[in-house]
Design a protein around this ligand. Structure first.
Ligand code: FAD
Ligand code: SF4
Length: 482
């Protein structure tokens, strides 16, 4: 009998033409029937190799089995043992490179839709009002911990330490919490009410959230320790510093870094201007330079801002693009035009300083470069001009430099990443820990959470050691004086 290739149970999505015009979530999520059908594809392997692909070791086999039995609350409780943010991870984790890439079904069939099932369980739990409760501490400790940055790394540290009974304060430079989950990933991919819900649970657990405080400017790490009395600090400031092309015309009006563009749209609600104060170009023809996840987010936002035509301009070919297949396909369905093998040379402006076009040159692929991808080589004589009244540069980001620059004895590597022990997050400064994108460079939500989890455990051990050496000193003191 021929082997039948079985696909994942399909994820219902809103119609591409309709979704070009609003910000509602594109993927609608599994129904109960679809979730059970998908969970039934799992073989309940004795050795669940999928779990080794998960950076926070979610007990995948067990939660998938609970779904197949219709025990959804049990599934949710199982996930939450290891993952604090399942509704977020179920939506944005690059599962095809993590857990699902290890699933034994693949390549004979599609891997089990682990990400889709995780999202289903988290949404089911929220809809039934039973979810998201974190464990209340059973002891209260007096050593305070400061967390710098409220992205997934910082939120994980805050949650884990608060559950261990530590008073935790999260200091955030922006006026809203969540890091890239808030300002980078658009509403149609990750509704912000989900991020709000997760932060509300941390507040309920006693975590203090302090906004509009830039560590390195408003306060330094040294002040947190020496003046405000924090016994340990976790730095999770991410990699939000944009990379530019450094070509003529980059300062024209209407040319944005992806970071600024997405922050204006997602955090500052520029799409609702003038109801909100932040303006943004209303594009007719948008061009986004780059082909990673951030580029896909920017180009799809430009469509929702009204662009009649939206282009991805990339100097390599489709094969080398960094974007997830799912986001790439959704962008294509929404009408994005892909200009592969195209290298911008300069931006062209009008007499008022607004961008009006891009001079580009075609490329062909040469030998692999340091990244292992084939190097784009310009084709002489192939220059042409592309119209554009909105340009977004989405070439990647570097670590935010402010904290390393303003903190003595905090080692950084040649990329500006804080040097931290991968197993503990310990840095070159005693009592200062770091994790997430500020250590690894731009990576993923789940890796940032994994780093936060390891750092929280190491901070707990460090503080216990400090407390016991303080206690030892205190008991020695009478003897010393007598
Ligand atoms: P961040 O999320 O960057 O959070 C850092 C926080 O620290 C920010 O809130 C920042 O304002 C704050 N901060 C910075 N400096 C200071 C300071 N001096 N003082 C106080 N606060 C400070 N990953 C995925 O897994 N799936 C995706 O689909 C995905 N899509 C992405 C889309 C975009 C547009 C971008 C930019 C990234 C995406 N990523 C995705 C990557 C992922 O979001 C990051 O790897 C992850 O958020 C890193 O978490 P973090 O906690 O280290 O830092
Ligand atoms: Fe199920 Fe695949 Fe994990 Fe096996 S590897 S337990 S089939 S999800």
């Amino acid at each position: 009998m021929p082997i039948v290739y079985r696909h994942k149970t399909a994820m219902p999505c809103r119609d591409p033409e309709e979704r070009r015009h609003n910000w509602e979530e594109v993927a609608e999520g599994y129904s109960v029937e679809r979730a059970v059908a998908e969970a039934e594809r799992c073989l309940n392997c004795q050795d669940p190799v999928c779990e080794r692909g998960c950076p926070v070791n979610v007990p995948i086999r067990d939660f998938v089995r609970s779904i197949s039995l219709g025990h959804f609350q049990e599934a949710a409780d199982t996930i939450r043992i290891r993952n604090l943010l399942p509704a977020i991870c179920g939506r944005v984790c690059p599962v095809e490179h993590q857990c699902e890439s290890r699933c034994v079904l693949f390549p004979h069939q599609d891997a089990v839709g682990i990400g889709r099932l995780e999202r289903f369980v988290a949404d089911w739990e929220r809809a039934h009002g039973t979810g998201g409760e974190t464990t209340a501490p059973t002891v209260w400790r007096d050593q305070q911990v400061a967390v710098v940055g409220s992205g997934p790394a910082g939120l994980t540290v805050a949650s884990d330490l608060a559950q261990l009974g530590y008073p935790v304060s999260v200091f955030e430079a922006l006026h809203a919490f969540g890091g890239v989950l808030r300002y980078g990933i658009p509403e149609y991919r990750l509704p912000k009410e989900i991020v709000d819900g997760d932060i509300a649970h941390l507040k309920a657990l006693g975590v203090e959230f302090v906004r509009d405080v830039i560590i390195g400017k408003t306060l330094t790490i040294d002040q947190l320790i020496d003046e405000l009395g924090y016994s340990a600090v976790f730095v999770g400031t991410g990699a939000g510093s944009p990379v530019f092309l450094n070509i003529p015309g980059e300062n024209l009006k209407g040319v944005y870094s992806a970071n600024e563009f997405l922050t204006r749209v997602n955090l500052m609600h520029a799409w609702a201007f003038p109801e909100y104060d932040t303006p943004i170009v209303s594009p007719r023809r948008a061009a986004v330079i780059g082909a990673g996840d951030t580029a896909m987010d920017a180009v799809r936002c430009s469509i929702r801002l009204g662009a009649e035509e939206a282009h991805i301009v990339y100097r390599r070919s489709e094969v080398e693009k960094g974007a997830r297949a799912e986001d790439f396909e959704r962008a294509r369905d929404e009408g994005v035009v892909f200009d592969w093998l195209t290298l911008p040379q300069r931006f062209l402006g009008d007499e008022h300083g607004w961008v009006r076009g891009i001079e580009c040159i075609r490329t062909k692929l040469g030998e692999p470069d340091d990244s292992g991808r084939r190097r784009p080589v310009p084709v002489p004589g192939s220059e042409f001009v592309m119209d554009a009244d909105l340009v977004v540069i989405a070439l990647g980001t570097n670590p935010n430099p402010l904290v390393p620059r303003t903190t003595e004895q905090l080692d950084v590597d040649r990329h500006g990443c804080i040097v931290a022990d991968p197993a503990t997050g310990a840095t070159s400064r005693a009592g200062v820990f770091a994790g997430g994108d500020i250590v690894t460079g731009a990576a993923t939500v789940i890796l940032a959470m994994g780093a936060g989890r390891k750092a929280a455990s190491a901070i707990h051990e460090y503080l216990q050691r400090e407390a016991s050496s303080d206690a030892a000193l205190a008991t020695e003191e009478p003897g010393q004086g007598g």
